[in-house]
Design a protein around this ligand. Structure first.
Ligand SMILES: [Zn+2]
Length: 176
């Protein structure tokens, strides 16, 4: 199983930790074969002070529109799962961002990706994390308001997320 990965948010003083279980699930959507369609979903987890902790993701539903080079999340199932997780976690588990796959060895965002992400960020104060699953190499990035920056992630073995005091939970990067 892939180990968890951690990275420094270049836009503020926070870190992003993504659990190995999530990376394992996303890794199954690598588009090795020419017949493999793009996949995508939501990234879910916890905001702890300025830190993001990605602990879950949604995966494609049969109703989603998928081709070799495009993915459109049309199924309401993604939002339903996010809502259910939010409810059952005493409203702590949050929407943290988006993932999708690309049929390229080393993934990087397209112009359409950047445009869509900017739309998502426009009306938010908090950061969103973006992940593109590549055949060999994933792309990680973070966005806040009009800025989107790539992030380098490393193995988080023996390197837990800097524990933020729970009192700081409602305070996030964008307030600084
Ligand atoms: Zn894309």
């Amino acid at each position: 199983m892939p180990t968890a990965m951690i990275g420094q948010n270049p836009l503020c003083d926070g870190q992003v930790l993504i659990e190995g279980e999530v990376l394992r699930a996303l890794g199954t959507y690598r588009q090795h074969k020419s017949s493999d369609a793009e996949a995508g979903g939501l990234l879910l987890g916890f905001r702890r002070g300025p830190h993001l902790h990605v602990t879950a993701c949604t995966q494609p539903f049969p109703a989603d529109k998928r081709t070799r080079t495009s993915f459109k999340r049309t199924c309401a199932g993604h939002a339903e799962i996010a809502y259910m997780r939010w409810r059952t976690s005493q409203e702590r588990m949050d929407y943290l961002g988006e993932w999708h796959s690309h049929p390229e060895a080393k993934a990087s965002p397209s112009g359409i990706d950047l445009r869509e992400w900017r739309k998502l960020l426009r009306d938010r104060r908090d950061a969103l994390f973006f992940l593109i699953v590549g055949i060999d190499k994933h792309w990680f990035g973070i966005g806040m308001q009009s800025r989107i920056e790539p992030m380098s992630m490393r193995s988080a073995d023996n390197e837990p997320l800097q524990a933020a005091p729970s009192a700081a939970r409602d305070e996030n990067c964008s307030h600084r």
